[in-house]
Design a protein around this ligand. Structure first.
Ligand code: Q9C
Ligand code: ZN
Length: 340
């Protein structure tokens, strides 16, 4: 098993997010990685840095103009005489134009964002790029024959769509890993998203495709972020019909109820007979998570890992959410212990 991490993640720091009408320090903070690294070290596992990858690879999954926007956004912000974190304040809602990308910086910011909770700072692009490289390197390790590889990605990725950012995510690391596995010659890849929040970005990217099965178990979007996607009747379109599957669960779901759904999901996933698996590993399903509402205990994470590992598939695990910072390391290591 390989463990991939880049210290460049810490360049993405210092922002505030709009949370229930108030600007608060970001829940998605660099210290999350420190706790995960400590738990990895305690387990005796060794972390490696990813290699460098050409930006053109990001366009296997994302829109070229969107990538160019992310790359240049903060520099343009500073060129306008501003500094610090960028947050959008206006979005193209129903009835408004989404068929043209406006010219102005603030207009483009709102066009590509879907919330005001995902600030861009000076180092965001470099951190997001390094995070994507971790996922690509983990996919490469699995292509080279590793049974498992863990990408300690930060910022996370599963909310980032083909041409949109939000939910603390800018580049979709899990989607990039899945695409890398496809480009490496595997014909069928499955993505299993166990983060508390629906993986709307991954769904968006693979919506019309049958070569990447997307399954997500998450808090019911009727009350949980991202609210406007993640319902059970979203099943994909065209060739992708039936290859997107959502399993929303109510607030307060505990391990017993979660495991019953998980078993059903794993059975359907196995029936697809994928040649590799990508896990969007959010541990914000933890009972102590400050922004989430499931009730999994720390003892449940090894159980979660064991059930996924029992599929026996070559597996890339990609870090997504988890905001109970003091416990995040043990919870992640609990899942990984089933693979390592
Ligand atoms: N401040 C992940 O777990 N928060 N993202 C909604 C706005 C957004 C979570 C309230 C939560 C995003 C990767
Ligand atoms: Zn989450």
């Amino acid at each position: 098993m390989k463990f991939i991490h880049s210290p460049l993640h810490s360049l993405h720091d210092g922002g505030k997010e709009l949370h229930r009408g108030e600007l608060v320090p970001c829940y998605e903070m660099p210290a999350r990685v420190d706790y995960i690294l400590s738990a990895i070290a305690r387990a005796g596992w060794v972390v490696e840095a990813p290699g460098d990858y050409d930006d053109a690879l990001l366009e296997r999954v994302h829109d070229a103009d969107y990538i160019a926007f992310l790359r240049g956004a903060h520099e343009a912000w500073r060129a306008e005489g501003r500094d610090g974190f960028m947050l959008p304040g206006a979005f193209p809602a129903r009835g408004m134009r989404r068929d043209r990308v406006p010219a102005g910086l603030h207009a483009r910011l709102g066009y590509y964002a879907f919330d005001a909770g995902s600030p861009i700072v000076e180092g965001t692009w470099r951190a997001a790029r390094a995070s994507a490289h971790c996922a690509l390197a983990a996919a490469d390790a699995v292509l080279a024959g590793e049974r498992g590889a863990y990408a300690l990605c930060r910022p996370p990725g599963h909310h980032a769509g083909h041409a949109m950012f939000g939910g603390y995510c800018f580049l979709n690391n899990a989607a990039l890993a899945a695409q890398r596995l496809r480009d490496g010659g595997l014909e069928r890849v499955a993505v299993l998203d166990v983060d508390y929040h629906h993986g709307n970005g991954t769904q968006d990217i693979f919506w019309e495709r049958d070569d990447v099965l997307c399954m997500s178990i998450h808090g019911d979007p009727d009350t949980e972020y991202p609210f406007y996607l993640g319902y059970a009747d979203e099943r994909g379109a065209g060739a992708g019909e039936g290859f997107n599957q959502n399993y929303p669960l109510p607030r307060g779901t505990d391990w017993a109820a979660y495991a019953a759904t998980l078993d059903r999901v794993l059975e359907r996933l196995a029936a697809y007979a994928p040649q590799a698996l990508v896990v969007s590993l959010g541990v914000d399903v933890f009972e102590g998570d400050p922004i989430s509402q499931f009730r999994l205990g720390s003892d449940d994470f090894p159980r979660l890992g064991q059930r996924i590992a029992a599929l026996g598939l070559p597996t890339v695990l990609v870090q997504e959410g988890g905001y109970a910072v003091a416990e995040i390391g043990d919870n992640v290591a609990g899942v990984l212990s089933a693979f390592a």
